[in-house]
Design a protein around this ligand. Structure first.
Ligand code: T4K
Length: 377
């Protein structure tokens, strides 16, 4: 049996540019004395990201959650929004901060995204939008969602926190819907330590969101709307500019790691990789499902057992948002209305997945999962 790893192995580690380069850049920022409020680094990062992501209208924020909250606010929604229960709390919290009620839709068992075929049943006269998440970087069924939205005149918002760089048939993920949010948190493939962005379709929305993230002010003596402070600062932008330069290498390292996971895990009965990870996926997370009936051990058992070897996996996204105490009484939260979500939540496990992870470590982790399968209790 393998020994415990000397150092803890987490699901991710931040992509860190050379510290010397960051220091050089920070020296220039210090000398300029321009630290925030749409400074030159902010402008450069916005431009670099537009090019990298193939988007025309992109607005930077100090984190993904505030980007989503303000994105939703910019659409003047009311009443109910159809969304997924299988996401990080930030998605539904953004609805809460806009006084909107989430209506939870069950999942497509293949992608773990909201099942577009179940949306129409949930639409009422109060529905104003669909908020879908490209969970683990797997794209939603954007064409079907848009068709429904057009039919019922609903807005479409995408939470693409995990989908930096995801494309659908070559089209950048940020081109779909009315707006798309990206998270640039330290745990993300591309990051600015904390940060985020919104992709929108037109200049009018871009201008509105630039106002909303800066208190709604235009110039020192004009306040046009009620906004917030959600601006990205120059230090964040410096990190982002440098991280963007090394992201393609990170992606290629992750491709190699993925191929080892794929090769090994495909031989273990009861384990499946959730993400399709085609060439167009963001390579953000490596998530498996464990079917206890076939594998012989539960997801929770594996999660606990791996800790003995210093491997710390995560059960993203347990609990379901529909099981938060303040949403439990909603009709759409009832487990019988969300059978796939309630089943999957006991099976998902995020495994370590980041470029710095050695290929040998990946082999060892896969080896452990094989041994667990064949072990008798
Ligand atoms: N929508 C969705 C679907 C999201 O997943 C998220 C965020 C959002 C919206 C909101 O976007 P932001 O407002 O965050 O931009 C983490 C992240 O904080 C969060 O950004 C992310 N999703 C979520 C899925 O993961 P935690 O609490 O699970 O992270 P934490 O601190 O346990 O870190 C995970 C592992 O990463 C650690 O075990 C070790 C490693 N790590 C983490 C940090 C922070 C490091 O090695 N270094 C670090 O600095 O939420």
């Amino acid at each position: 049996m393998v020994n415990k790893f000397k150092e803890p192995i987490y699901i991710t580690r931040p992509l860190l540019p050379d510290l010397g380069i960051i220091q050089e850049n920070l020296k220039e920022v210090w000398e300029s004395k321009w630290l925030t409020n749409n400074g030159p680094r902010h402008k450069k990062l916005e431009k670099d990201l537009k090019t990298y992501l193939g988007l025309e209208h992109l607005i930077l924020f100090n984190n993904g959650t505030l980007a989503l909250i303000l994105g939703i606010k910019s659409l003047n929604l009311t009443g109910e929004v159809i969304t997924t229960p299988f996401t990080f709390p930030a998605t539904v919290e953004a609805l809460d901060w806009n006084n909107l009620t989430p209506i939870f839709c069950d999942l497509d068992p293949k992608t773990l995204n909201l099942d577009a075929s179940k949306i129409e049943n949930l639409i009422t006269e109060k529905t104003s939008a669909i908020l879908a998440v490209h969970v683990f970087g797997n794209p939603c069924d954007v064409h079907r969602i848009q068709k429904i939205a057009d039919k019922y005149k609903l807005k479409v918002i995408y939470d693409a926190a995990h989908a930096f760089g995801t494309k659908i048939d070559g089209i950048p993920i940020g081109k779909f819907g009315d707006l798309t949010m990206f998270s640039f948190h330290a745990t993300k493939l591309f990051h600015t330590v904390e940060g985020g962005a919104l992709a929108v379709n037109n200049l009018e929305m871009e201008s509105k969101l630039n106002l909303l993230k800066n208190f709604g002010i235009r110039g020192p003596e004009t306040v046009l709307m009620s906004g917030l402070n959600a601006k990205m600062n120059e230090v964040q932008a410096v990190i982002g500019i440098e991280v963007l330069k090394i992201i393609d290498q990170e992606r290629s390292n992750r491709e190699q790691i993925l191929s080892i996971y794929r090769e090994n895990l495909s031989k273990i009965p009861g384990i499946k990789i959730v993400n399709n990870h085609s060439g167009e996926n963001s390579l953000q997370y490596l998530v498996i499902t464990i079917d206890e009936n076939i594998y012989g051990k539960s997801r929770d058992w594996v999660h606990e057992r791996l800790k003995r070897y210093n491997v710390f996996t995560r059960k993203y996204f347990n609990p379901l948002c529909s099981n938060f105490p303040w949403y439990k009484s909603l009709d759409s939260s009832k487990p019988e209305n969300l059978p796939i979500a309630n089943k999957i939540i006991d099976q998902v496990l995020s495994l370590p997945f980041y470029g710095e992870l050695s290929l040998e470590s990946v082999e060892i982790i896969c080896g452990l999962l094989k041994v667990f399968y064949s072990e008798n209790d």
